[in-house]
Design a protein around this ligand. Sequence first.
Ligand code: PLP
Length: 366
Amino acid sequence: MNNYIKPGPGIMQIKPYAGGKSGFIGKKSIKLSSNESALGPSLRVKEAFLKSLDSLAIYPDGKQYALKEAIAKNNNLDINQIICGAGSDEILTLIGNAYLTPGDEVIYPEHAFVLYKIITLANGAIPIAAPEKDLTADVDSILNLVTSKTKIIFIANPNNPTGTYLSSSEIKRLQSNIPENILLIIDGAYAEYVMANNYDCGVELVSASNNVVMTRTFSKVHALASLRIGWAYCPSHIIDVLDRIRGPFNVSIPSIMAGSAAMNDIDHVNHSVAHNAKWRDHLHNFYTELGIKVIPSVANFLLLDFKNLENINSNTLEKYLNEKNIYIRNVADYGLPTHLRITIGSEKDNETLLGEIQKYVEDTRI
Ligand SMILES: Cc1ncc(COP(=O)(O)O)c(C=O)c1O
């Protein structure tokens, strides 16, 4: 036993985040491992980014005004209730840092985005996973786990890696059955892709209550994952707290300029959403016809279950695809060892992927 400085309680229980294949892997590879945009940013956004190069030597506007203004205008929100961060990761982390103390309990659905557990443990709090039904969050099972120690409930809606969602009435039912001192975080990283009539991203609930926060990202439909931009819509008392602890310049000028342009480029967002919806249906049907079980998704990825397929196993298929320079996400660390998560890509990437999967499945069955 050494006498070195020790980290806070919970930290050594954290398994460091291991995402899908990340970083630039060359133009010849197909990267469908991290739910990034299929189409990339528009020309307008690239131009805004290039313009920002003139200001690399100066600090950004710490109030992030231009970015917040674009977000408020395009989403019809009160600018004073918006906060921006270096990815929604940062905002979720700041919320955990601000409100969790050792021994607090944090509830999230069983197959929730893994960051919630990391944030919980990092603050010495206790992670509580609520059982799901059909890989979908279950409000009753969450409510059954609420105790006097519960501080935060995290729900990604839609959820990563399952692609499933809760209807707005279910989210409202959850919020109306918890006390006001429990914070409900609705993580809408994939909100733009959802077309279901009974879905809403949570804005109304934030406006109508004092204990709901909605987080969003520029990493998915806005195609700016590399620039690390996220935002949240919060009650004013939470903005007040987060503004005290965030880094004073946590969003860079290139991020503010490209992010504002991306938020204002509604045509590009609509185009990306339409591309995603078309391919989501097509891919779902294609996999189903091959005999692969597809979890119905409202997001920009599909979760496939290979459990009942003779001879085909998710690990060997992943290895085969990697050999062809196609990268997808193994989700065994989410407790889904027979599943693979595959991002919906560009037309060309989807076609190549489908060709390879079809070949693999047919060759393996012979
Ligand atoms: C559900 C969910 N929330 C948040 C994030 C983090 O996104 P960001 O890039 O804004 O940090 C992700 C990223 O994959 C996600 O899947």
